[in-house]
Design a protein around this ligand. Structure first.
Ligand SMILES: [Fe+2]
Ligand SMILES: [Fe+2]
Length: 275
C-alpha cells in the first residue's frame, strides 16, 4: 500500500507554531510516500511568510507535490500581482506551477487554479483554462492505465456535500466530464478550510473520488480543528483518513473507504472505520 499525505491552506503568517511543530512530528511518524500540498502556503504572499513556508517544506519527510493558492499571489502590490504574480511562489516553493510526478503506483498532476485577476469577479476565486484541461488529457494519455491517477488543485471543482452553493472553479462543469473520461481516480482540493470530518472530506462525483482537505495549520478556522488527510492507496480500494489536531497532537478521527466498481470505471463508497 502507498500513502499520500494531503495538506492544504498552511497560511504561514497566520499559523500556530505548536500546530506546525505537531504537524511535522505527525508526518515524520506517518512516513507517507508523497506529500501533496494544495495551495495557500502564505496569508498575504509576503517574503517572510514564504520564507517560513520554505523552512517548513525543507523539514518534510517525503517528496512534495504543490500547487499555489489565491493567497500566494501578492494582494496589495498590484505591480507584482499583474507583472509577476507567481514570482515569490516560484522562488520559495516550486518553479513549476503545474507539477507532475509519476511512480510505479501512481501519476499525480497539479493544476494551478489561482489567477492574478478575474474581470469583475472575486479575485480569490479559481479557474481552469481550456488549455489546462487539454494539458490534463495529454499528461494522462501517456500514463500506464494500471496506475492511480490523481489531480491536485487549490480550488474545489465540486461543492462539498451539505454546501451545494459553494463556488467552484470556473469551467469545472466542462472539466469534470473530461476528468471522468480519462479515468482520473482522485481529485484533491483545499481553499474552503473545511473537511475535517470524515464524511465531509471525501465523496463521489462523476465516479471520481473527490477529497477536500481543511487547513492544516492556519489559525483562521471555520468551526473546525486543524486537520489533514492521509490517503491509503491500494489497487482496488482507497481509504481517506482524516488526522485532526487534538490540542497537543494530530490524531486519526476516522477513515472513509471506497472500492473500485466491478467494471473498473470509478469508485463507490464502501465503509467507515473509527480510526
Ligand atoms: Fe486558504
Ligand atoms: Fe484559498
Amino acid at each position: 500500500m502507498k500513502t499520500v499525505a494531503h495538506l492544504s491552506d498552511l497560511h504561514f503568517g497566520r499559523t500556530d507554531a505548536v500546530v506546525v511543530a505537531g504537524l511535522l512530528d505527525d508526518l515524520h511518524a506517518e512516513q507517507p510516500d508523497l506529500i501533496v500540498i494544495s495551495g495557500d502556503f502564505t496569508q498575504s504572499a509576503r517574503q517572510r511568510e514564504f520564507r517560513a513556508a520554505y523552512r517548513f517544506l525543507r523539514r518534510l519527510p517525503a517528496p512534495i507535490l504543490a500547487v499555489p493558492g489565491n493567497h500566494d499571489v501578492p494582494p496589495a502590490d498590484l505591480l507584482l500581482r499583474f507583472l509577476a504574480p507567481f514570482a515569490r511562489y516560484r522562488y520559495w516553493v516550486n518553479n513549476e506551477l503545474c507539477p507532475f510526478v509519476e511512480t510505479d503506483a501512481m501519476a499525480v498532476l497539479g493544476i494551478n487554479t489561482a489567477r492574478r485577476a478575474r474581470l469583475g469577479l472575486n479575485w480569490a476565486e479559481g479557474s481552469i483554462s481550456r488549455a489546462q484541461i487539454e494539458m490534463v488529457q495529454r499528461r494522462f494519455d501517456a500514463v500506464d492505465p494500471a496506475k492511480l491517477r490523481i489531480l491536485v488543485a487549490h480550488h474545489p471543482f465540486v461543492a462539498p456535500p451539505g454546501a451545494p452553493r459553494t463556488t467552484v472553479a470556473r469551467r469545472a462543469d466542462s472539466a469534470l466530464p473530461v476528468f471522468a473520461d480519462i479515468g482520473i481516480d482522485l481529485l484533491l482540493a483545499g481553499h474552503l478550510h473545511r473537511g475535517w470530518s470524515v464524511k465531509a472530506a471525501a465523496h463521489i462525483e462523476h465516479a471520481l473520488l473527490v477529497v477536500q482537505a481543511a487547513t492544516a495549520t492556519s489559525t483562521r478556522l471555520r468551526d473546525e480543528p486543524n486537520s489533514y488527510n492521509v490517503l491509503l492507496l491500494e489497487k482496488e480500494r482507497i481509504g481517506v483518513r482524516v488526522r485532526a489536531w487534538h490540542g497537543d497532537r494530530f490524531e486519526a478521527v476516522g477513515t472513509a473507504w471506497f472500492a473500485r466498481t466491478s467494471r473498473g470505471d470509478g469508485w463507490i463508497r464502501s465503509n467507515f472505520s473509527a480510526r
